[in-house]
Design a protein around this ligand. Structure first.
Ligand code: M6R
Length: 625
């Protein structure tokens, strides 16, 4: 939710701020695209600011018109917005600037006490221009810096004072035109990383902001303030005590964040899925044992677990549904799957014998983060599955398994979903091994099956032309239904979510057996129903039930698109269209069955003329509840 870029370079040695910050924003665009803005300091007490509603291109045009591309500056900040308070207009866009045009701030998050602060500022005579909570921050800074109090003239003290006034979630980056050698930033509950370049330092909501310049980064903790200059950085807490950040090396590069010849990031990310699976598995089977990336609890703790809750949102939640099938099957421990946004508002029974599995690509989803905090407060253990090294969710967990899907830029989850499913299975195996419900050979055998899935996903990608052709028949439909049974049900939900979010088509996923209990009434002539068929060899009973379900829907006029295993000819009479997937163990079938549904949604969205990477109203990371 919102993307932030900050940069302090060296005049004559490192690139100028305006272009660099715009490039950084381009790579952050998946975090929001309601508006964008930039501020740059000229080093002589001056500051240039441009901001525009809408996509980043609008800002780039405004920068061009204002001839800012030639603005001499090596200190700048930028923001890409996903609107929370106030509509996406030019005025509400960040940066927000004080009345003297000296201080500029960008903010990601929500200031929960902004109404009180705003009223206070207005009573003090400050005129606020926007409807945002963020604008209060810049006036508070002005009041501290130019007021008669002890913080007068000190940007460091002023930032500290204001950080202590704010409630809620915030990453704020601050520039002061009279201190052009530095940027300050503070964070609570929303992300910020520092990039260490040569003669330059960077700030970013995530490392994509500066990946072109450095792979050396520093992770900040909760309630930290950081100051960057061209030569380095210092970190303090909100009381001013110096503290250390955690340095890390980014394990992907610029190329991974670029489109690589694809029209959309999403298409590239679909194609990268075989690697996402292989990379997520790599290194996790060691001497016949599954190893997690971080484990701050013992195997004995894992043996004490009597109940597991899986908490996640959106696609991650669908992946978590699959975790339930695998973990219960392999460990016999009961698993409940919960939407993170609901979990902490009910009174779930939690304690030291409960494990909460928190799944999040970004590692910063507020609903999931708050759910895990709620669980920890009641002494439950938390194991995180995350795609973002050092994000808040893994930091606050007792154990972590990182997915290695690489940067996912498209808003819709694709490769991160398959990587999460893979990681879920690894967690299931790790638990089974710790609890002694699977022998080492069985663990190795399943691990081998998982490794084989990369090639099977690769094979499934060969269906791309077929799926695109099928998509052409349905691009103008306004309803689509997805049905599956057992592990095919979460796949159906995920397929429906992809279609909704990308193509804005009303889509719903159902357990196939549930159709006749109500949803079958939705069927009429030509309604497309996508059917995820289980394997006839591996799950004959389920397969025969599904054959009946396809017949039922076809008999009511539906047009059926059947995702069926290679060689499963029993479905031919009932399928108006068929997409073939390779045979694989039943539990692992979602890894291949999801892929055609991702392609279908992307192609239908394209045919309807929508931006596949940036669906309306959405943002990649949802850092507000
Ligand atoms: O970063 P997270 O995995 O925590 O994100 C959770 C959901 O917001 C996310 O999976 C969302 O549903 C997808 N982008 C949908 O494609």
């Amino acid at each position: 939710m919102c993307g932030i870029v900050g940069y302090v370079g060296t005049p004559g040695k490192t690139p100028s701020a305006v272009g660099l910050v715009l490039d950084g924003l381009r790579r952050m665009e998946y975090r929001g695209y309601d508006s964008a803005g930039i501020a740059a300091l000229d080093g002589k007490g001056g500051m240039a600011v441009e901001k525009r509603a809408g996509r980043l291109d609008n800002l780039a045009e405004a920068v061009e018109d204002a001839n800012l591309n030639n603005y001499e500056s090596t200190t700048g900040l930028g923001h890409i917005r996903w609107a929370t308070h106030g509509r996406p207009t030019d005025v509400n866009a960040h940066p927000h600037v004080d009345s003297d045009n000296k201080i500029a701030i960008v903010h990601n998050g929500i200031i929960e006490n902004f109404a009180v602060l705003r009223a206070e500022l207005e009573a003090d005579g400050f005129g606020l221009r926007s409807d945002t909570d963020s604008e209060t921050i810049v006036h508070l800074l002005h009041r501290e810096y130019y007021g008669d109090g002890e913080n007068r003239g000190s940007i460091d003290k002023s930032v500290r004072a204001v950080a202590n006034m704010l409630e809620g979630a915030f990453t704020i980056v601050i520039a002061h035109a009279d201190h052009p050698d530095r940027l300050l930033a503070c964070r609570r509950n929303t992300p910020l990383v520092v990039g260490i370049g040569e003669d330059a330092m960077f700030l970013g909501s995530d490392v994509a902001a500066f990946i072109e310049y450095t792979r050396q980064a520093v992770e900040l903790g909760q309630d930290n303030i950081v100051t960057i200059t061209k030569d380095g950085y210092t970190i303090t807490d909100f009381a001013g005590t110096e503290i250390e950040g955690r340095p890390f090396t980014i394990d992907w590069d610029l190329e991974a964040a670029e489109k690589d010849g694809y029209d959309y990031f999403m298409l590239k990310e679909i194609a990268e899925q075989p690697h996402a699976i292989a990379d997520t598995l790599r290194g996790h089977l060691h001497n016949g044992r599954i190893v997690l990336d971080e484990q701050r609890i013992t195997d004995e703790d894992l043996r004490q677990i009597e109940k597991i809750f899986v908490v996640a949102c959106g696609s991650a939640y669908h992946s978590g549904m699959l975790a339930k099938y695998a973990i219960e099957h392999w460990t016999r421990v009961p698993v409940e799957i919960e939407l993170a946004s609901e979990f902490r508002y009910r009174d779930a029974v939690l304690g030291p014998d409960t494990l909460v599995l928190a799944i999040s690509q970004s590692g910063e989803t507020a609903d999931t983060l708050e759910a895990l905090r709620h669980a920890r407060a009641q002494k439950a253990r938390v194991l995180a599955i995350c795609n973002t090294n050092g994000a808040q969710i893994p930091r606050e967990s007792d154990a972590v398994l990182y997915t290695h899907a690489g940067p996912e830029i498209a808003v819709a989850s694709t490769k991160s979903f398959l990587a999460q499913v893979t990681a879920n299975y690894l967690v299931g195996l790790a638990l089974a091994q710790a609890r002694g419900t699977k022998y080492a050979e069985e663990v190795e055998e399943i691990f081998q099956d998982l490794e084989n899935m990369s090639a099977k996903v690769e094979k499934t990608l060969e269906q791309w032309d077929n799926v695109n052709e099928i998509a052409g028949h349905f691009a103008q439909n306004d309803t689509m239904l997805f049905i599956g049974r057992n592990v095919g049900y979460p796949v159906a939900l995920e397929g429906a979510l992809k279609l909704k979010e990308l193509a804005y088509i009303h889509a719903e996923g159902f357990p196939a057996g549930e159709l006749k209990h109500g949803p079958i009434a939705l069927l009429e002539e030509g309604v497309p129903v996508i059917v995820i068929m289980p394997s006839p060899k591996r799950h004959p009973l389920l397969h025969s039930k599904m054959v009946s379900n396809v017949q039922e829907v076809q008999a009511r006029g539906a047009t059926t698109i059947v995702i069926a295993e290679e060689g499963d000819d029993s479905v031919i009479p009932f399928a108006d269209h068929i997409v073939r997937i390779p045979e694989c163990p039943s539990l692992l079938q979602p890894l291949v069955a999801t892929v055609p549904l991702q392609m279908l949604a992307a192609e239908i969205a394209t045919q309807r003329g929508y931006d596949v990477d940036k669906p309306r109203n959405l943002a990649k990371s949802v850092t507000v509840e």
